[in-house]
Design a binder for this molecule. Structure first.
Ligand code: P6P
Length: 329
């Protein structure tokens, strides 16, 4: 499809390609796009209004809630709950799920999201992002937390919005990965990156080397090998997952947040960070692993569980996995 195609047209054309589709998903996704545009507006003017800094509250992860975190979370819930396509939502910012109750019509999808990942970077104007994952709700009457505990291979859609030098929306429904850039002058996301393919092997590695004192041998040995590589890898680490992932998706490379002696299960969350990005990277020809297992096959046991994440170019991830035999518990 032509570069510059509006997202709304792209979605409708995608829908027409699958006769069995009812349009419910297209409508759900369109609601999500509205929330993304509003969050983008707030993020882009954060410095101008009293929205920087922290609310003083802490979220379920024990992290300080930034004001924009709260706004993004509330925006997503308010925009999505009345659309009639969801039966529930789960957010990094909320301990429990949000059920679509009697006030609004109930749908057959579940939405999971990290409303504003990397939010500690907000006050210093570094890119942050929203990450989302969409599942089908299992049959049954009531929506419970258990409905959300599905392996990543069950996702019907995954994506992120990157609030950077421009605002980009990147998503997959299992038919390739497509990127849209927001044109603020018309308030539309326009196709800018159709069918994104990540390079088979990259020259970028992303890891927080400040954690090296906690690393298990596998990580230390692999990173030392990367550094000694005669072709020369570059270290790039923003500390904002969506920004690091997006750069590596387009240029090739590997991002690692492995388990270590401090974070036995890694730091990043399985359901609304690792799974959506893993769906995207696999659709773009890359790979995503916990170190010894495909992330998308991990069966979740709790809503906010964490997972080690090694994600990016297929050859790089496979090379990293080959070191994991040195891993120590
Ligand atoms: P560290 C941000 O808090 C985040 O969840 C991700 O966006 C980012 O990749 C990671 O944590 C950074 O963690 O421990 O390197 O600061």
């Amino acid at each position: 499809m032509a570069i510059g195609t509006p997202l709304t047209k792209f979605l409708l054309d995608e829908q027409r390609r699958y006769p069995e589709s009812t349009g419910n998903f297209t409508s759900l996704f369109s609601d999500l796009v509205v929330a993304a545009k509003i969050i983008s507006r707030e993020v882009n003017r954060a410095g101008l209004i009293d929205i920087l800094g922290s609310t003083g509250a802490q979220n379920v992860q024990g992290e300080e809630v930034q004001k924009l975190d709260e706004l993004a979370n509330d925006m997503l819930i308010r925009t999505m709950e009345h659309g009639g396509h969801l039966s529930g939502m789960a957010s990094e910012e909320m301990e429990e799920i949000v059920k679509v109750d009697g006030k609004f019509p109930k749908g057959s999808y579940l939405l999971l999201f990290d409303p504003l990942d990397g939010s500690t970077n907000i006050d210093v104007n570094i890119s942050v992002g929203t990450i989302f994952s969409i599942l089908k709700r299992p049959d049954g009457s009531d929506t419970t937390t258990k409905d959300f505990l599905q392996p990543g291979i069950r996702q019907v859609c995954a994506g992120y919005i990157l609030y950077g030098s421009s605002t980009m929306l990147v998503y997959t429904t299992g038919h390739g990965v497509h990127g849209f850039t927001l044109d603020p002058s018309i308030g539309e996301f326009l196709l800018s990156h159709e069918d994104i393919r990540t390079p088979e092997k990259g020259k970028i590695y992303s890891i927080n080397e400040g954690n090296s004192k906690h690393w298990f041998p596998a990580t230390s040995i692999y990173i030392e090998k990367i550094k000694a590589n005669e072709k020369g890898y570059s270290a790039r680490y923003v500390g904002s997952l969506v920004a690091d992932f997006h750069r590596n998706l387009l240029k090739g490379g590997i991002f690692l947040y492995p388990a270590d002696r401090k974070s036995k299960n890694g730091k990043l969350r399985l359901l609304y960070e690792a799974n959506p990005l893993s769906f995207i990277i696999e659709q773009a020809g890359g790979k995503s692993s916990t170190g010894d297992k495909r992330v998308l096959e991990v069966v979740p046991e709790e809503l906010h569980q964490r997972t080690p994440l090694i994600i990016g170019s297929k050859a790089d991830v496979e090379e990293a996995e080959s070191f994991w035999k040195y891993q120590e518990a």
